[in-house]
Ligand binder design. Sequence first.
Ligand code: GRF
Length: 200
Amino acid sequence: MLNVAVLVSGGGTNLQAIIDAIKAGSITNAQIKVVISNNKDAYALERAKAAGIKELCISPKDFEDRAKFNEALIDAIDKENIDLIVLAGFLVVIPEAMVKKYKNRIINIHPSLIPSFCGKGYYGLKVHEAALARGVKVTGATVHFVDEGTDTGPIIYQKAVEIKEGDTPEVLQRRVMEEAEWKLLPQAIDALANGRVKLG
Ligand code: GRF
């Protein structure tokens, strides 16, 4: 059984996709042990509560410095005996010590086809605004392992999504979530939990 920690900062629709996939049996051999957010108002925490999953708020604002926050975050994860950390819209920089300690056991979902529209400053709606500004006809989502860089780790899965005439960033974001993110993340977790993709 793969023990999973999901790190969130916002609405938690990707978290919900994982919760629903486990319930539906399209993810097997995995359980979400804890959901951690840096944002106490993140609706993702409500989703965890509603699903009976342990949820914690660990925010840099609650610590005297970033090193203390980093320590608290790593401790909270270590305590749960976690095999896989899933970044589902987590907007805080992952401590280097955590990337090292959980090498190839941290995955992230990014709302573009990496290496396009990724890296520092590309998150949430900004990604879709950049894709629309560039005029690409196809975008999508990528699930990848997290390494020391930003959106630079080995790619696990990608899924393309068509951009339509008149798309706004909000409409495009929703389509990328529905057609790509909410499918790729559960698929990746199931593949890691059942040995189709190598963990660690
Ligand atoms: C969304 O912008 C999504 O594209 C990206 O992070 C944000 C989180 O969305 N992965 P949610 O909190 O999972 O709804």
